[in-house]
Design a protein around this ligand. Sequence first.
Ligand code: ADP
Length: 716
Amino acid sequence: MKKKKTIIISAILFVMALMLSVSSFLFVDGVNRQLWIHSIRTMTETIHQGVNSLNIQLEDDFDVLEMIKVDIIKGDSSEFEEIMESYNIVEPDIKLYIRNNIDLDNHIKHDKEVCKYLENSDLERGVLDSHISSLTGERVFNIFERVYFKNDMEAYLVKEYRTKEIAEQFTLTFYDYTGFSYLVNRDGTIMVRSRHKNSNKTLSNIFDLISPQQNELNMIDAFKDSIYKLKTGWAKFNYYGEGMIFCYEGLRADSNWLLVSVVPEAVITKQAESILLKTILFLGVIVIIILIIAALFYAVKMQESKIHTEELQSALRQVDAANKVKGQFLMNMSHDVRTPLNTILGMTAIAKKESNNKEKMNECVEKIDIAGKHLLSLVNDVLDMSQIDRGKMILTQDDIMLTQLFEKVADMMKIEAKEAKLTLDLSIQLRNEHIIGDSLRIQQVLINIINNAIKYTPAGGHVLLELIQLEDDIKEGYGTYRFSCTDTGIGMGQDFLDRIFLFFERDRNTTLSGVAGTGVGLAITKGILDLMGGTISVKSEIDKGSTFTVDFHFKVQQQELQQEEHTQDVAVMSDSQKEMDDYTSKRILLVEDVELNMEIAEELIGTTGVQIEKAYNGKEAVELFAKNPCGYYHLIFMDIQMPVMDGYEATKQIRNFDRKDAKTIPIIALSANALADDVENALQAGMNEHIAKPIDMEAVWKILKKYITLSSKSPT
Ligand code: ADP
């Protein structure tokens, strides 16, 4: 769905880019045409300016001639020379040419070319074509005005222009001197050429630029006709394969002249091209940016969707793996639970049958006890697994004398080793004995590893336990303690070592050897060590043995603990000690809904001598507590899951009573709900502690010792 959306958005962006490209093309084409029109317009406008200034100058000069004419015809013909002299002071280029003057040929003051023209002319005023002056040898042209004297004498007032000077005025520069301008007459003959550095000096007629071989004749004729008629316009012709633009406009002021400018087409288009190029570049950059955005968008979205798919796949794989683990777990548990159950049920059946044979009965009970304990250890493993898995395992901070703890574990293990016909040695080298750690979990780690060493080493083998404190200095109050356990057992295959700390993994070598196990212990061991910040590694060789090495990082306590205190903490309470504690004067309330459980609890707890009153649900417990006076009960053992009112609610209600012992009476959860969350919920509901079923009398003794003060008098 997301992918489809990405493709659609990317496609829209691509179409946008495409549309922009097409419209850019049309736009560029339009701009191109506009630029062309604009260039032609600029040229014609420039020509027009040039023509205008020439028109103005010639008309002004004709006005001057007119003025002089009026002046000289007013007076006598004999006075004209005087008048002319006075005008010549300001207008030295104006001369009077007397018509039919026989001395004309010899007259040193007159240009013979002008004389020749004027003799044959019948025009009143006009402009003479340019020519070389017989007086100065320079190229000149003239304007003239006919004058009639009273005595029928005729003359011309003639003003002479040096083309060199006049050219300055209409030298129109086009496109960096690549365009030329000319003053031509109607026949195309060049009268005055602009003074451009690149101008063709040999060209005498602009039509010579237009070869009939390279251009259409009707176009040439139309152009010639326009020139002849002194029109205004423009035309394009080929000149040696190159386009040439001719712009022209006729002069007024009685001339038959036009101003023509010629510019190569390439020059015009080049300028337009440079503008266009910039425009195309600009539009091109925009199109490219849009395309890049579209491509990036597509790539990013595709990447996202790829990551998403990968995440989904990995989640699926995880779910799959979790399902497999679950399946494996159920399979293993079903098998592992059935085995001790089989023993329990089988032994119970035998016991029933052999009820008169006390010895056989004892044997059965002993086996039922072993199988029951095994079942319990399985359930505890499941509990640990769940706690580790959910990150709910909480470590305690106990004061520990490490040598004592280690020796106690080793002593327990020595018994098992002896039974398995193994020798077990230990060596300890510590500098700092007193550490802080979770005593039970440390023991669990050690026992798991040593147990395996004993389990997987055939009779006659040897197990060596070492505990050393590493040489490194204590860093930030922590020391490293290395425990290693080396056995001469069956060993493991190298490929298995990669999986050894995963749940339910067992080496083929082990399963073949037929040693019972669940493949859970080491995974739990690793989980506990991870939590403690410790590490575990293993080296093993088939049939040679294995070495497990554990590095613990413990907080070191500087002052040493009192031996006795510690012993009391970790050691199992001795029976004689238990006997010393007399609870017969104390009363507890036992809250339990299942009759059988009530019976077992009553029986077991009753062995401490304590008086027991019973309640079969939370409500009954609350009522009994309310009914009896303050201090009547010394402690409450409270089940959690019960009908009518559960243990949490009952505890809350008891704690809320407005009486002295409501807050102080010890309430201990005694429940089969033994997960970390259950313990937490029990404490939150106001209970003091939580002990798990099945009842461990060791734990019960500890609770009584901790919460019931023996010196206090019984309320009864
Ligand atoms: P269990 O021993 O209940 O099967 P563990 O998690 O303690 O489970 O051990 C996992 C596996 O590692 C064992 O099944 C066995 O294959 C192997 N293993 C552990 N310790 C040893 C050892 N000392 N010697 C040989 N194999 C061992």
